[in-house]
Write a protein of this length. Structure first.
Ligand code: DGT
Ligand code: CA
Ligand code: CA
Length: 576
C-alpha cells in the first residue's frame, strides 16, 4: 500500500473540513487539522513504519484515537470516518471548500441557506445577487466568490514542494524495485526545488524500458494511464498528481537528466551555446556531427560547452549562464552551513513542545544555538506572551542555558507589528532580549503605500533585528501582502536588520527573487525554521532550497556564523 504521509495529510485535512461543515466539536476539528499539518511535513514515513510492524513514534498532538486512524489508513488506504462523511456531504460542497476565501462556516451557510450543492449552482447564485443577501457576506464577497470559481476552472493545480517530494519519494522507492533498474532520479521543478511543482518528472536507468514502464503502471496509486510505451509513460496518481517517467540507457543518463531537469528557458540557452560551438544538444547527448561529444553525465556536457556544472536550483535563465561563462557562479549555501536557528516556538505560546525539548531537537538537527521566540500578547489565539510571562520565560531560558550542554539558547520574541507600525510590547519588555523578530500577522489588505510605511516604521524600532516572513503569503492559501520589497530590503540593510527566509514549506518567504534582491542590496538573510514542534527543524532543508534558488551564499546568511559573531551582530556591534 504505497500511500504516503501526504495522502494521510490530505485525508485528515478533508476530514477536518467535513467535520467542521457538520459543526463537530471544534477541538476534534482542530486535532485533525494539526495532525494533517504534522503529517504534511514529517519526514519519517509512517506508512513504512506500520508496514514494518514498528510502533508509531510519540508525536505531538497524536493521541491513541488519531494513532489508530493512522494505522487504519496505512493498512487499508482508507479512513472509514472520511468515507462516511463523504457519503453524507455532496461532492460539490466539498469542492466549494477548495475555493480560496471559502471556509467551512461560509460553505455551510451557502448550502443551508441557498441549497447550492455544486460550483455551477454557486456561480449562478453569485450572478443573481443571492449571496450578498446572506448575513455576513455582502457584494464584495459575492464578487470574490465568482472570481474564485472562474479562477478555479482556469488554474492548473500545483503542489507545494514538500507534498510533491513526499509523493516522489514513495514512487521512486517503488521504481527502484523495477527489473534491471540501476538508478532513479527526480528531474523537473522538483529537482530545481521550486516552491510548487506542476508534475513529477522521473528518470530511470535500465536496459529494458518497457519492463520499467509496466512496473510503474502496476503502482497501486496509478489512477489513470495517459500514455505508455517502451521508454516513457505518463500517469495520473490517485492524488491527482501527474507523473512523467522516462527510461534511458546509462550512456545517455546525464543528457536526459539535464534535459528533463530544465528549466525550459535554461535548456534553450544551452542549446544555443551548443550551436554557437558547432554542436547539437538534445535529450540523448551533445553531438558534433554524428560523433557523441558527451552524454553520460551532466558534468561532462557542461564541461564540453565550456561551463562548470550548474546546480539545478540556478537553472532558470536568470543570469546563471553568464555567471558560469565567467566562472563566477555563486558557491551556494548548504544545509550543513547553518550553525543555528533564530526563530522557534514553544508551548509558552502556540508551539507543541517545551523549551528544553525544542533545544534538544535543534541540537539533534546539528544546530549549536536556538532562539526561543514565542508570539507576543496580541496574538491571543496563540497564547501570546505579555511582559510578565515573557520575563518568566527569559528566566527559564537562562536557567536552562546553565544546564544544557552542546546547545545554547537565546532569549527572544516574535513581536507583532501593530496597525501603525509600533510594536505589541513596550521597549522595557524588549530591552533584555537578545533576538527581537518583528512580524506582521494582521491587516494584510492595506494598500501598498500604507503597508510599506507600516513595515518601515517597525524596522525603525531599535531592538528589532529580524523581519519575520516578509511578505506573509501562505502558498496556495493566502496571497502575499502588497509591499514595496525593495524599500523594505533597503531599510533592513540600513538598520542592520536581517530579512527572514522562513523555511516553513507553506511559507518559503522570502521568495527566491526577493532573496536575490536582498543579496544584491547587501542585506542579511536569516534562514529560520519557525519550528512549532520538534520535527519542524527538518523544514530548514526547504529554506536552503529556496535560498539556493535565490543565489545565497554562506556570507549572506547571518545564522551560518558561530554564536559569538551572531551575538555581536545582535548587539549591534557590527557593520550596519
Ligand atoms: P512544472 O512541472 O510546471 O513544475 O515545471 P517543470 O520545469 O518540471 O516543467 P515540465 O514538467 O513541463 O518539464 C520538465 C522539463 O522537461 C522542463 O523543465 C524542461 C523539459 N521540457 C519539457 N518540455 C519541453 C519543451 O517543449 N522544450 C524544452 N526545451 N524542454 C522541455
Ligand atoms: Ca514537472
Ligand atoms: Ca512533466
Amino acid at each position: 500500500m504505497p500511500k504516503t504521509n501526504a495522502d494521510l495529510a490530505a485525508a485528515f485535512e478533508q476530514t477536518a473540513d467535513l467535520l467542521e461543515l457538520q459543526q463537530a466539536n471544534p477541538f476534534r476539528v482542530r486535532a485533525y487539522r494539526n495532525a494533517a499539518r504534522l503529517l504534511g511535513e514529517l519526514r519519517l514515513d509512517l506508512v513504512a513504519q506500520v508496514e514494518a510492524g514498528r510502533p508509531l513514534p510519540r508525536l505531538p498532538g497524536i493521541g491513541a484515537d488519531l494513532a489508530g486512524k493512522i494505522e487504519e489508513f496505512a493498512r487499508s488506504g482508507h479512513l472509514a470516518l472520511l468515507d462516511r462523511l463523504r457519503r453524507q456531504i455532496p461532492a460539490g460542497v466539498t469542492e466549494m471548500l477548495q475555493l480560496p476565501g471559502l471556509g467551512p462556516k461560509r460553505v455551510r451557510a451557502l448550502y443551508e441557506e441557498l441549497h447550492v450543492t455544486t460550483l455551477p449552482a454557486l456561480a449562478r447564485a453569485a450572478r443573481d445577487g443571492r449571496i450578498r443577501a446572506l448575513p455576513g457576506f455582502g457584494a464584495r464577497t459575492e464578487a470574490r466568490i465568482l472570481e474564485a470559481i472562474e479562477a478555479h476552472g482556469r488554474r492548473p493545480q500545483r503542489l507545494k514542494l514538500v507534498t510533491a517530494a513526499q509523493y516522489a519519494a514513495a514512487l521512486i522507492a517503488w521504481l527502484r524495485r523495477a527489473p534491471g533498474v540501476s538508478e532513479v532520479a527526480a528531474a523537473g521543478s522538483l529537482r530545481r526545488s521550486r516552491e510548487t511543482v506542476g508534475d513529477l518528472d522521473l528518470l530511470a536507468c535500465a536496459p529494458d524500458g518497457a519492463a520499467v514502464c509496466r512496473h510503474m503502471l502496476a503502482y497501486p496509486e496509478v489512477a489513470e494511464v495517459r500514455a505508455a510505451g517502451d521508454t516513457r509513460a505518463t500517469v495520473l496518481l490517485a492524488s491527482g498528481l501527474q507523473v512523467d517517467l522516462r527510461v534511458v540507457a546509462e550512456a545517455s543518463f546525464g543528457a536526459a537528466l539535464l534535459y528533463f531537469t530544465g528549466s525550459k528557458a535554461h535548456n534553450i540557452r544551452l542549446r544555443t551555446l551548443a550551436i554557437e560551438r558547432r554542436m547539437k544538444l538534445n535529450e540523448y547527448g551533445l553531438f558534433a556531427g554524428r560523433r557523441t561529444v558527451a552524454a553520460a553525465t551532466e558534468q561532462e556536457i557542461y564541461g564540453k560547452l565550456g561551463l562548470p556544472w550548474i546546480p539545478p536550483e540556478l537553472r532558470e535563465d536568470r543570469g546563471e549562464i553568464e555567471a558560469a561563462l565567467k566562472d563566477a557562479l555563486p558557491v551556494l549555501i548548504e544545509r550543513r552551513d547553518l550553525a543555528g536557528d533564530l526563530h522557534a516556538h514553544t508551548d509558552w505560546s502556540d508551539g507543541a513542545a517545551g523549551i528544553e525539548a525544542m533545544a534538544r531537537a535543534a541540537q539533534a538537527h546539528g544546530l549549536s544555538y536556538l532562539a526561543i521566540s514565542d508570539h507576543s500578547r496580541r496574538l491571543t489565539v496563540a497564547h501570546g506572551l505579555d511582559p510578565p510571562r515573557l520575563a518568566r520565560q527569559c528566566a527559564e531560558v537562562e536557567a536552562l542555558n546553565r544546564r544544557l550542554a552542546g546547545i545554547e539558547l537565546l532569549t527572544g520574541i516574535e513581536v507583532d507589528v501593530l496597525d501603525d507600525g509600533s510594536l505589541d510590547l513596550p521597549e522595557a519588555a524588549l530591552a533584555p532580549l537578545e533576538v527581537v523578530i518583528a512580524a506582521v500577522h494582521s491587516k494584510f489588505d492595506l494598500s501598498r503605500a500604507a503597508q510599506t510605511r507600516r513595515i518601515l516604521a517597525a524596522l525603525e524600532q531599535p531592538k528589532v533585528r529580524i523581519l519575520a516572513h516578509p511578505v506573509g503569503r501562505l502558498i496556495d492559501r493566502r496571497e502575499p501582502y502588497d509591499v514595496d520589497m525593495l524599500a523594505v530590503i533597503r531599510k533592513c540593510k540600513a538598520r542592520g536588520v536581517a530579512l527572514e527566509l522562513n523555511a516553513h514549506p507553506e511559507r518559503l518567504d522570502l521568495t527566491d527573487v526577493a532573496c536575490r534582491m536582498a543579496k544584491d542590496e547587501g542585506a542579511r538573510v536569516a534562514i529560520n525554521s519557525d519550528a512549532h514542534a520538534e520535527h519542524e527543524f527538518d523544514n530548514l532543508d526547504f529554506g536552503i532550497g529556496q535560498a539556493r534558488r535565490g543565489w545565497l551564499e554562506t556570507g549572506d546568511v547571518i545564522n551560518t556564523r558561530p554564536l559569538g559573531e551572531v551575538r555581536a551582530w545582535l548587539a549591534g556591534k557590527e557593520e550596519r
